[in-house]
Ligand binder design. Structure first.
Ligand SMILES: NC(=O)c1ccc[n+]([C@@H]2O[C@H](COP(=O)([O-])OP(=O)(O)OC[C@H]3O[C@@H](n4cnc5c(N)ncnc54)[C@H](O)[C@@H]3O)[C@@H](O)[C@H]2O)c1
Length: 266
């Protein structure tokens, strides 16, 4: 079978870990040249080395996605190295579990900057390269929190709502250039971010097990499953689709209420 991303260059933020890492590996396997962009140098270099060792092509750039100069230079370096840019995958994000009265202004601002302003920077500095292609792709990561709130995460939830609307705006503003922009909205996904979130609470394992019972498929989403949806939105398999979102949540948002241990009683 022919590879889906031969000759394409993908810029992947958060590529050192979790969904970004799985996507970098999948895209490289599909023939893309991949720029892994992250603040985690050790893991970012590790992913690039793994890809290069298995016959793919990858580079790592240390880049804080909330810093405009960092984003500008990481995009420029990617284009210098690979000769163009077709795909931007904005996957990096931070989470903070704090209610508003306990949150500082700088924590709020940082979350908005890492999770939302980063997408603005990627377009501001990437569009001049994307517009040179007949087809180009921007895929942003929202969340089930783009649609419904969850306790203790008001700032994170706000950022993920914004990512969904920003994705729609990008889709409209650049459609005439052949650019399509879509938003992936994962549910509970088995990544270091999710593990850290539950590790912070006493009895985190039990709490997580209870959350999984709320998922009709009765399991976590795998980062590789998100990566396959990112691939769909980053090639012409999804031709005709722009400004939309895809939930990858094991059925979570389909159910007003759910308990896998008690389905017949609902
Ligand atoms: N795991 C889940 O359950 C879940 C659910 C819904 C949405 N999401 C979203 O999925 C995306 C990927 O998260 P993940 O679960 O794979 O997490 P992860 O922690 O495994 O990966 C996130 C990566 O982003 C990087 N990063 C953080 N801040 C950065 C910055 N300022 N600049 C550059 N890189 C930075 C981290 O170093 C890390 O490598 C995020 O947007 C997250 O909000 C996760």
């Amino acid at each position: 079978m022919s590879k889906k991303l031969m000759g394409q260059v993908a810029w992947i933020t958060g590529g050192a870990s979790g969904m970004g890492r799985a996507t970098a590996q999948l895209f490289a396997g599909e023939g893309a040249s991949v720029a892994i962009v992250d603040i985690n140098e050790a893991l970012g270099n590790e992913v690039a080395e793994e890809i290069n060792a298995s016959g793919g092509e990858a580079i790592f750039h240390r880049c804080n996605v909330s810093d405009e100069t960092d984003v500008q230079s990481a995009i420029a370096a990617t284009v210098d190295r690979f000769g163009g840019l077709q795909i931007i995958f904005n996957c990096a994000a931070k989470g903070i579990a704090k209610r508003l009265e306990n949150m500082t202004e700088s924590e709020w601002d940082e979350l908005m900057a890492v999770n939302v302003k980063s997408i603005f920077f990627s377009l501001k500095h990437g569009i001049q390269h994307l517009e040179k292609n007949q087809h180009s792709y921007v895929v942003n990561i929202g969340s089930i929190s783009s649609f419904v709130a969850q306790v203790d995460t008001p700032a994170y939830t706000t950022t993920k709502g914004a990512v969904l609307l920003l994705s729609q705006s990008i889709a409209l503003d650049y459609a005439h250039l052949g650019l399509r922009c879509n938003c992936l909205c994962p549910g509970l996904t088995d990544t270091p971010m999710m593990v850290k979130y539950y590790d912070r609470i006493a009895d985190g394992d039990k709490f997580l097990a209870k959350r999984i019972q709320r998922v009709p498929l009765n399991r976590l989403v795998a980062p590789e499953e998100v990566a396959r949806s990112a691939l769909f939105f980053s090639c012409e398999d999804s031709a005709g689709i722009t400004g939309t979102s895809l939930t990858i949540d094991g059925g979570y948002l389909a159910a007003a209420e759910w308990d896998c241990n008690n389905v017949t009683q609902l």
